[in-house]
Design a protein around this ligand. Structure first.
Ligand SMILES: [Zn+2]
Length: 125
């Protein structure tokens, strides 16, 4: 039971669902959900509601802590390459390529390059 994680939603225990109601008769309480894994927010939240509650409470402080964006980022021709693929014939016959989101230019990719998450032709941020 010690491998269970608690939902980090600050209001999780206030949502009245049967699975949150724990304890023996006469002293039941609604409790923060505990699971081996969660689907939301990097596996920290049991629901989007709980994720949103966390952001309402802590989001601004978190952004200030980790660094608030102070200048607009720019997507340029140099960093606008993304990987994509087309189905040539069927589900198992795909062609892989880079496409530039600004110029629309396409460049061929091998399937291995497509799957290599560190492979890029982008330069700069
Ligand atoms: Zn929750």
């Amino acid at each position: 039971m010690s491998n269970l994680k608690l939902c980090q939603g600050p209001e999780c225990h206030t949502y009245h669902t049967q699975d949150r109601l724990k304890g023996i008769k006469g002293s039941k309480t609604y409790q923060t959900r505990r699971r081996s894994s969660f689907y939301y927010g990097g596996s920290n939240f049991c629901s989007l509601n709980c994720q949103n509650d966390w952001f309402e409470t802590y989001g601004t402080r978190a952004i200030d802590h980790f660094g608030r964006l102070t200048e607009a980022k720019h997507l340029t021709e140099q960093n606008a390459w993304v990987k994509d693929f087309d189905y040539r014939g069927g589900l198992n016959d795909r062609s892989f390529y880079f496409v530039n989101k600004i110029t629309k230019e396409q460049r061929p990719l091998t399937e291995e390059q497509y799957r290599d998450t560190s492979y890029t032709i982008n330069t700069g941020e």
